[in-house]
Design a protein around this ligand. Structure first.
Ligand SMILES: Cc1cc2nc3c(=O)[nH]c(=O)nc-3n(C[C@H](O)[C@H](O)[C@H](O)COP(=O)(O)OP(=O)(O)OC[C@H]3O[C@@H](n4cnc5c(N)ncnc54)[C@H](O)[C@@H]3O)c2cc1C
Length: 347
């Protein structure tokens, strides 16, 4: 049996404050723990305000958020959990013995007896075109987030680039412009500026249209052959709609956090996040919530709330696996788990 398919007592999805504290607390409850995070680094939302000073975590003096993340990670590693980075959990399977296998978007499988979803607002993914059926072109010539496209794919091609005008990937776009034969930039705002930037780089013939948006994609099978773009302000004397023959469509509308396939697992959802009871249990056996992903009447959308949720969710998972287990962990001050560690710290 490979380590990949070792069945862990507890798997935690999400490496923000809730997931990190759950990893520590799961060790405290003597469970084998795996933590899976979609991004390449731990810290969750805290990474988005890493330079800010946080004042409202109990017992912690005002602290730069990046330092708080370091502390949370150090604490999470206390009992040496397995940590997997860069995998977005997507699917859930149940095995005959009641254990679960969760499957990442990349296809990797992880077996577990209990699960805590500490997924915050979800994992970041590209903002997709809001056009019915557009997803069928994604395997061929509809690309999201220009940063992920190899410029060689666009060599000599006619490219339609839909930009939000606010994303900061123009350096990468210049690389694409250097190999494409023609680029039409459409944007609700700011497209002309981007067009000027791209036109200044050697390579493609660049035209910018703003305020414009893609209205329709015309395809044969799974490939886009043309697109209709529409002027949004109704101004000017020319046509408000234009059909453009294209080889590749690139959409650079930034990123947005979303739950994606987790929303189809059958969890209850009466708000934007998932419903939990006071012990952070969901209606799915063995699956618990913690942190911003959890919705219950007294939910505190703060780091302090995430930490409290994590301890409750781990206790719930422990009782689920072993109904005879105590409701909560022994206090760390009296726990024999720390005797050796305290001596090592010379405390
Ligand atoms: C600008 C800002 C300032 C804030 N300031 C404060 C403050 O001063 N004090 C305070 O207490 N709180 C503050 N908060 C709130 C606090 O950051 C959140 O309450 C806290 O981060 C919630 O932690 P979490 O672990 O539940 O979720 P998150 O921190 O959002 O972490 C969730 C993690 O799950 C991962 N994930 C999601 N889906 C998947 C998946 N399918 N597979 C794998 N991984 C996945 C995500 O990539 C992410 O890393 C602030 C929030 C913001 C936005």
């Amino acid at each position: 049996m490979t380590d990949r398919m070792k069945t862990y007592d507890l798997t935690i999805v999400g490496g923000g404050p809730a997931g990190l504290y759950a990893a520590f607390y799961g060790g405290l409850r003597e469970m084998s723990v795996k933590l899976i995070e979609a991004r390449g680094e731990l810290g969750g939302r805290l990474l988005s305000y890493a330079e800010k000073i946080v004042w409202d975590v109990g017992g912690v003096p005002p602290i730069r958020c990046s330092a708080l993340v370091e502390n949370l990670i150090r604490q999470a590693r206390t009992f040496e959990p397995t940590i997997v980075l860069g995998q977005r959990v997507a699917q859930l399977e149940r095995r005959g013995d009641g254990t679960m296998v969760i499957v990442s978007a990349c296809g990797q499988r992880h077996a577990t007896r209990a699960l805590i979803l500490a997924v915050g607002h979800g994992a970041p993914g590209p903002v997709r075109l809001d056009l019915e059926g557009a997803e069928r072109y994604e395997a061929a010539n509809l690309h999201y987030a220009s940063a992920a496209i190899e410029p060689e794919r666009l060599r000599g091609k006619r490219v339609l680039l839909s930009s939000s005008g606010t994303t900061s990937s123009s350096v990468r776009l210049e690389e694409l412009a250097a190999v494409a034969s023609r680029i039409i930039v459409v944007s609700r705002s700011g497209g002309e500026q981007l067009g000027r930037t791209l036109a200044a780089s050697p390579g493609a013939l660049v035209e910018a249209r703003a305020p414009y948006a893609i209205e329709r994609l015309h395809g044969a099978g799974e490939r886009i052959e043309a697109a209709t773009i529409r002027r949004l302000d109704g101004g000017g004397f020319g046509e408000r709609r234009e059909r453009i023959e294209v080889d590749e469509v690139v959409v650079d509308h930034g990123t947005r956090s979303e739950y994606g396939p987790l929303s189809a697992w059958g969890l209850e959802k009466s708000a934007w996040n998932f419903d939990a009871d006071a012990r952070l249990a969901t209606r799915l056996p063995g699956i618990f919530l913690a942190g911003d992903a959890a919705n219950f009447p007294s939910k505190l959308h703060l780091i302090a709330g995430a930490l409290s949720d994590a301890a409750l969710a781990v206790n719930g998972a422990k009782k689920y696996l072993d109904p005879a287990a105590s409701r909560s962990a022994p206090m760390s001050t009296g726990s024999p788990l720390f005797a050796g560690r305290n001596r090592a710290l010379e405390l």
